[in-house]
Design a protein around this ligand. Structure first.
Ligand SMILES: [Fe+2]
Ligand SMILES: [Fe+2]
Length: 213
């Protein structure tokens, strides 16, 4: 990929554009939706609501991933790290679009708090990035591993008949594991305690709120 050479103002405008696209736009996936081949089974009301709650959490997770990576990229010192982060954010756009599609199919909607999730995650990403590029990549590894773990929980918890949500989550899980592996190979540091614990606590709070709102 060609190296981007953007002025600081270009970067700010591109960050604002990305934030608006993530929170209010309709992001376009570059790969086909993995649910494509699976028949839509009519779920009962409790199952539908539960599946929608879980897919809303996954959608928020992807909003946060976009914001974290953009916040980190905004302060990354090394051009290669910045490209790595922005490429990762690009891949998360597929996940974002697939989760949004599934929420619509389930007759539901994304979290009303997405602007807040985005702003908070962007700030956390920028703070992590200011500690240096090893930390930046370490943060990617920890985020992706935590997302992979909650996708595993959701695969267990989804209604048995909801093959469309399950197909999306299975592809996302493989992608997240690959994102973590490639950040490790790019020189991630292992984050010291209590950072992983604080990240897990923030993610737990997000999940309990996003399931409903
Ligand atoms: Fe993702
Ligand atoms: Fe990821």
């Amino acid at each position: 990929m060609a190296t981007r050479s953007l002025s600081p103002l270009d970067r700010i405008l591109s960050d604002v554009q990305r934030a608006l696209d993530t929170v209010a736009g309709a992001p376009l996936a570059q790969r086909p939706n993995p649910a494509g081949d699976h028949a839509e089974i009519v779920l009962d009301e409790d199952e539908r609501r539960h599946a929608a709650g879980l897919m809303r959490i996954n959608h928020v997770g992807e909003v946060c991933a976009q914001a974290l990576y953009c916040g980190q990229a905004a302060v990354a010192r090394d051009g290669t790290t910045r490209e790595h982060l922005l490429d990762a954010a690009q891949e998360e756009t597929d996940h974002l679009a697939w989760c949004a599609d599934r929420l619509r199919e389930l007759d539901s909607r994304p979290s009303l708090l997405n602007p807040i999730w985005y702003a908070g995650s962007y700030a956390i990403g920028a703070l992590a990035g200011l500690r240096g590029d090893g930390w930046n990549l370490g943060f990617v590894v920890e985020t992706e591993r935590q997302v992979e773990a909650h996708i595993d929980e959701h695969l267990q918890s989804l209604p048995a008949a909801d093959a469309r949500s399950r197909a999306i989550l299975q592809v996302m899980k493989v992608d997240e594991a690959r994102h973590a592996d490639s950040a490790e190979q790019a020189g991630a540091r292992i984050l010291p305690m209590p950072v992983p614990t604080l990240m897990a606590a923030a993610s737990k709070l997000m999940k309990s709120v996003a399931y409903r709102i």
